[in-house]
Design a protein around this ligand. Structure first.
Ligand code: ADP
Ligand code: MG
Length: 869
């Protein structure tokens, strides 16, 4: 290191403390990056990489830089790329420094802790999440620094914890260092992929340290006073979040005022694949919001409302009373279209109060932010006035709980000009009449120009020099300029300052005295304005908790109005939620597909499920008939009902459901290295373990990923299990193209057959989209294939093979004897199972009545035949 300059040595020392960040090293008007950081950042940012020491003997040092006054977009881009940026400032005035200027990292910007709008999407939270595990319990703590929301929960198994993390969708993760272990890394890939990661050593997860961090952040609070002492593991995760916050933010985050805890049992549970399959907040194919349930339901007009609606979808309620309260509010708003319009108008003028509040409290808010806060708060009285007359309990509570925050509003109104500039240090922010000294200084500064003009006139007449001018430059300030020709006429009191080729420059005591006042005033104005602005910002920050409370109420109001708007637009009904077991939907529709169908009418369907005679419904019907759509619509209606929303149906009675499970065939999960069939079986196993009599289970084409006999057998046994095992006897919809399964209904009282009606016409099928009692007699696959445009010869051949199959011509393992056909040559010898001598086999086979053979009997038969070999 000996050849390094002192500055590079300083750089390397600081960098050693921030190894996994890109260090922005302040040098004058630039942030410089060196070495590996420079190489990486120049690539991400698309800026030029240069080299230091190119000519001298020292080592070459790659280098790139960005101007400090416009660094925000560069930081945003690095964050977007998943990097962390440590901001290192000069902490002493370079003019006063002896030797190298002192430098210090003042803040680390990380993906999970950004608060600048440029790096955030309005309707999405930006979470930093810590996951910690102790004695088989999984604690989760997550913070959105931009809004101050901090939540914790604890789960009993890893799968549930991972599902919860996926649902929360954090931008950045904190994990214990032990998770660096390759085996752990593999298990966690579903949550770590594409996210910024930080690992903490064991000592961070210490209960006493955690309590200290909590006391510091929450003004002396303890886990008990925060109401979180029942979640010890989650608290340790919360400690890791706070530790990270202290480490990266350096200052405090006063708007993070409490931790709220929740339990699995408070919500309708949805595992990861169910959320994905039901496309709750993103579509399966593209991962977009548009086309998902959230995309359809979101009629909110504020960013806060958008985020809250997403939470309501992710966490449907289990508490009947709370659901009914939401429904009452939606119903009342639904009945008042005019009022709804007015509320939406008012709400659409409300900025993101939660994020404004965050920036104000982190002292990164601009005067524009304060003006936006005032503009938003000024909508509150109008909103309160309009909901004041409503009766629903929730709306009355919202009204009572929304603080109009007049004091903050009028403070900003008095202090800040109508349209403040973005820059904070150049003045022009504080309104006239707010501060006496400022007003005086401004008067002096305004006066200045007039004074100079008057003084110039006075000096002209006093000296008789008509070309005399008063001028200003940065070096000498104000001066009087007289041409050489007139120098003899200058009075005694002129003091010479500078001689030019054809002029002399002078000052007078009067001029300097005035200069001091004017120039001093301008400097003073800038400083005073900034100080006053900070005072206003701090005074506002001190009211952060009140702002946060009102913001939360406004977000809820926005969501309720949005639900009413949706119910009105799409003709939804209010579901009757009850604690019993019957689920009945009259004329239900799929909310998303219904909306996408602008030309073809969506055909509504009825559903009836209970925990006795209609517990498990087998739905048969050809591909494309609408089985999957129908089952998903039942799940979505149930979920919407428990959110407190109205639902796409004419009428509905929905029991409180504790979990919804879906298993959808043919969804590959290559990312996790499992085959389709393996995933299918793992998901099925999870359902059989987790389903209760209060659950709703959707099984779509289970057992498809293996051979026919395997598939039918597994599907059959799963259905029996869900029916026979009273602890797991969930209300189940079971779609299958194995029409063999319809025989289950004969053997089990709680199983019923339904099919989606089609009409055959000239060897074609017409989809009627209507669900009717009874099983489908066959699968219509070939008709669908024709519809899809398979060549006629292939269709004909398929029909031939089907005929063979229906005659029961299987070989061992359930494979059909495909080769047998009119035009084809004889089957290959390997496929021929039976030699001429196997008379016993032939005899046994001849006696089999294929048309009545059930799949299980068929399996047993194969077994028996094998033994005869
Ligand atoms: P399946 O699962 O039986 O193969 P899907 O549920 O995937 O069939 O439905 C296929 C298509 O049929 C859907 O994409 C949708 O466009 C249409 N469809 C389904 N149900 C209805 C309905 N009730 N009314 C109108 N169109 C429907
Ligand atoms: Mg389907």
């Amino acid at each position: 290191m000996s050849e390094l300059t002192p500055m590079m040595r300083q750089y390397l020392e600081i960098k050693a403390d921030y190894p996994d960040t890109i260090l922005f090293f302040r040098m004058g008007d630039f942030y410089e990056m060196f070495l590996d950081d420079a190489v990486k950042a120049s690539r991400i940012l698309g800026i030029t990489l240069t080299c230091r020491n190119k000519s001298s003997d020292g080592p070459e040092i790659p280098l790139c830089g960005v101007p400090f006054h416009s660094c925000a977009p560069y930081i945003a881009k690095l964050i977007e790329a998943g990097e962390k940026v440590a901001i290192c400032e000069q902490t002493e005035d370079p003019k006063l420094a002896k030797g190298i200027v002192k430098r210090e990292v003042v803040k680390v910007v990380t993906p999970g802790l950004v608060v600048e709008d440029a790096s955030l999407s309005p309707k999405e939270n930006n979470y930093l999440l810590a996951l910690f595990e102790e004695e088989k319990r999984f604690g989760l703590a997550y913070l959105d620094l931009s809004t101050g929301e901090f939540r914790i929960t604890e789960l009993a198994d890893q799968a549930a914890a991972l599902a919860e993390v996926t649902c929360i969708g954090p931008r950045e993760l904190i994990l214990p260092a032990s998770y660096r272990d390759p085996a752990q890394t593999k298990a966690l890939v579903s949550i770590t992929a594409g996210r910024a990661l930080t690992y903490f050593e064991e000592w961070v997860y210490d209960s006493d340290y955690c309590k200290r961090l909590i006391a510091n952040q929450f003004k002396g609070a303890t886990p008990a006073t925060l109401g979180c002492d029942g979640l010890p593991v989650a608290l340790l995760a919360a400690g890791a979040v706070l530790h990270y916050l202290v480490d990266t933010q350096k200052g405090s985050a006063p708007h993070v005022t409490s931790i709220s805890s929740y339990f699995e049992s408070e919500h309708l549970l949805l595992d990861e694949s169910t959320r994905r399959n039901l496309e709750l907040t993103a579509t399966i194919s593209e991962g977009k919001r548009k086309g998902s349930l959230l995309g359809l339901m979101d009629r909110t007009v504020t960013a806060m409302g958008g985020r809250k609606l997403k939470q309501w979808i992710n966490y449907p309620l289990m508490d009947l009373k709370k659901i009914v309260e939401r429904q009452d509010a939606v119903e009342e708003l639904l009945g008042q279209p005019g009022l709804r319009g007015e509320l939406r108008d008012l709400l659409s003028g409300v900025y993101d109060l939660e994020r404004l509040n965050g920036r104000i409290s982190l002292a990164s808010a601009s005067a524009k932010d304060l003006a936006a806060l005032k503009g938003s708060l000024s909508r509150i009285p109008g909103l309160k006035e309009r909901i004041a007359g409503l009766n629903a309990k929730l709306l009355r509570e919202l009204n009572a709980g929304t603080d109009p925050l007049d004091d903050i509003c009028s403070l900003i109104e008095r202090a800040i000009v109508e349209n403040p500039p973005f820059v904070l240090r150049e003045g022009g922010i504080i309104a006239d009449g707010y501060h006496e000294e400022l007003d005086e200084l401004r008067a002096i500064s305004r006066e200045g120009k007039g004074f100079i003009a008057r003084l110039e006139a006075k000096e002209k007449s006093r000296t008789g020099i008509s070309s005399l001018k008063i001028r200003y430059n940065k070096v000498f300030g104000y001066y009087i300029e007289v041409t050489k020709a007139n120098v003899s006429a200058i009075p005694e009191d002129y003091i010479r300052r500078q001689t030019l080729a054809n002029a002399e420059r002078y000052i007078t005591p009067e001029l300097k005295e005035y200069e001091e006042k004017v120039l001093g005033a301008e400097d003073r104005i800038r400083d005073l304005e900034f100080a006053l602005f900070q005072e206003v910002r701090e005074a506002t920050a001190a009211q952060g908790e009140r702002i946060a409370r009102s913001a939360d109420r406004l977000a809820t109001l926005d969501v309720l109005v949005s639900l009413a708007e949706l119910a009105h637009d799409r003709g939804y009904c209010r579901p009757e939620i009850h604690e019993g077991s019957e689920l009945s939907i009259t004329e239900g529709r799929h909310p998303v597909i219904e909306e996408m169908h602008s030309t073809e009418r969506f055909v509504p369907n009825d559903t009836f499920l209970d925990n006795s005679e209609n517990q498990l419904i087998i739905i048969t019907g050809p591909n494309m008939a609408g089985k999957s759509t129908f089952m998903r619509q039942v799940a979505l209606i149930t979920l919407m009902a428990q959110m407190g929303s109205f639902v796409p149906a004419e009428k509905s009675r929905i029991p409180l459901v504790d979990r919804i499970f879906t298993r959808v065939g043919a969804s590959d999960n290559i990312a996790r290295g499992h085959s389709t069939f393996m995933v299918e079986m793992m998901e099925s196993a999870a359902i059989l373990r987790g389903a209760t009599a209060k659950s709703l289970v959707i099984l779509d084409e289970i057992g498809r990923g293996t051979s026919t006999f395997d598939g039918v057998s597994i599907a059959w046994a799963v259905a029996e299990y869900l029916h026979d095992n009273k602890l797991h006897a969930a209300k189940t919809l079971f779609a299958t193209h194995y029409h063999e399964l319809t025989e289950l209904a004969v053997t089990r009282p709680g199983i019923k057959n339904f099919n989606i009606a089609v009409r055959e016409w000239n060897e074609r099928i017409i989809f009627l989209r209507k669900i009717v009692p009874g099983g489908a007699s066959h699968s219509y696959g070939i008709q669908v294939a024709r519809l899809a445009g398979l060549p006629q010869s292939v269709i004909e051949r398929a029909k031939e093979i089907l005929l063979n199959l229906e005659k029961g011509e299987y070989v061992e393992g359930g494979l059909p004897r495909l080769a047998r056909g009119k035009q084809k040559s004889a089957p290959s010898p390997q496929l021929s199972l039976f030699g001429a001598a196997d008379d016993q086999l032939r005899e046994r086979l001849r006696n089999v009545e294929v048309t009545t053979l059930t799949p299980l009997e068929a399996l047993n038969l194969v077994d028996e035949l094998k033994r005869l070999l």
